[in-house]
Design a protein around this ligand. Structure first.
Ligand SMILES: [Cu+2]
Length: 384
């Protein structure tokens, strides 16, 4: 009798369910990395690119403070689904929104659609309903099935837009700046506010994949395919200003436990900020398909107390920003290196010749550069 209306209800409900599912998929961060088999035929062996002075018992082999890895935080766990435990404010909010808003909404819509479908199949089957309805519209039902989805979508949009805004909030004054630079296929990091510390991070290989004498991954370094030779060290409770860029193709700096994913684009600086609320070791991966060894450029962040961070900075030869703030620096004479005049001349020259930045050159502070990932046979033939 009223078959067309019911069928339309079903169509709307099913469409709404799909929309909610796609919203949830968008909100979810990158899935836990899937380990990929690695063979010894891959690129040349890893080398520890930095052996910082380890005078302090707090410092591990690579200069990072010693740590005990908690395998339940900051890394994927076998057999688990869902988001990693979050250690930033945005991450905690997003975790709540995913588990407390999106999943219940999706579940309710799916159950509603399933029940409607079952009801229609049984109640309006040909045997029970030989004469089909010729009803074409019903104002009350049409208003309800329009307003219902609108209310649901607005309820989802409000926290979603707030989260989107929070994810791009600029860092406050006093933030620690970390610059992550993507390369095929490793990361370099700079701490411009801490004496120009520069770190190159290569994935650590397994014991049976390294040449004699070369450093292989141990359990203290982290899981297979996620452990790196040089970890990034950051303080907890202090805002971090993350700046990303790239030397070659687009990469993406992502740490699931931080609710963090920021593209590293050649010739551009992307910026965001976050504050780590819990000490620990957190792992992530490049999350933009960037070539043959895309899966082998992991990210490892060690979050420590501010005091330990200061000790690590000192061990790396850097210095904490203190009385000598950049604004009190001596202004160079016109024409001298670093002066405004020189910068203007450089800009004029660049306008003619094009920007010279972002060349993939090994840095002086990491002379052994990329034993692990630099591929002397040319790009594109590794990773088999
Ligand atoms: Cu990449």
């Amino acid at each position: 009798m009223r078959m067309p209306i019911r069928m339309k209800t079903l169509a709307i409900a099913a469409g709404l369910g799909c929309a909610a599912l796609s919203v949830a998929a968008t909100a979810a961060p990158v899935a836990a990395p899937k380990p990929t088999p690695q063979t010894s035929a891959q690129a040349p062996a890893a080398k520890a690119t930095s052996t910082a002075p380890t005078t302090s018992p707090l410092l591990a082999q690579d200069g990072a403070p010693a740590t005990t890895i908690d395998p339940h935080v900051g890394q994927p766990i076998d057999g688990r689904i869902g988001l990693q435990p979050q250690v930033t404010k945005n991450g905690k909010f997003a975790h709540w929104m995913h588990n407390g808003v999106l999943l219940p909404v999706i579940t309710a819509i799916c159950i509603l659609v399933l029940l409607l479908l079952a009801w229609v199949v049984v109640r309006f089957r040909r045997a029970a309903n030989p004469v089909a309805s010729k009803t074409s519209h019903n104002t009350l039902v049409e208003v309800l099935w329009t307003l219902g989805p609108v209310v649901v979508l607005v309820a989802i949009a409000v926290p979603s837009i707030g989260l989107l805004q929070a994810q791009f909030k600029p860092a406050p004054a006093g933030a620690v700046t970390l610059k992550a630079i993507g390369n095929q296929w490793y990361w370099t990091y700079q701490y411009p506010d801490h004496g120009g510390i520069e770190i190159t991070a290569n994935m650590l290989k397994e014991k049976d994949q390294v040449a004699p004498g070369e450093r292989a991954r141990t359990d203290a370094d982290g899981p297979r395919l996620l452990a790196v030779d040089n970890r990034i060290v950051l303080p907890v409770g202090v805002p971090i200003r993350l700046i990303t860029t790239s030397n070659d193709v687009i990469h993406s700096w992502a740490i699931p436990a931080f609710w963090m994913k920021l593209d590293a684009v050649p010739g551009r600086l992307n910026e965001t900020s976050f504050t780590i609320e819990k000490p620990g070791l957190y792992f992530g991966q490049c999350s933009e398909l960037c070539g043959a060894r895309h899966a082998f450029m992991p990210i490892a962040v060690q979050a420590v107390s501010p005091a330990q961070f200061a000790a690590w900075v000192a061990a790396k030869g850097g210095k904490m920003p203190g009385a000598a703030a950049p604004s009190s620096a001596v202004i160079p004479q016109p024409g001298a290196e670093g002066s405004a005049v020189e910068a203007a001349q450089a800009n004029a020259a660049e306008a003619v010749t094009g920007p010279a930045a972002n060349e993939a050159a090994p840095t002086p502070s990491s002379p052994s550069a990329q034993g692990a990932t630099g591929n002397p046979a040319g790009p594109g033939n590794a990773g088999h």
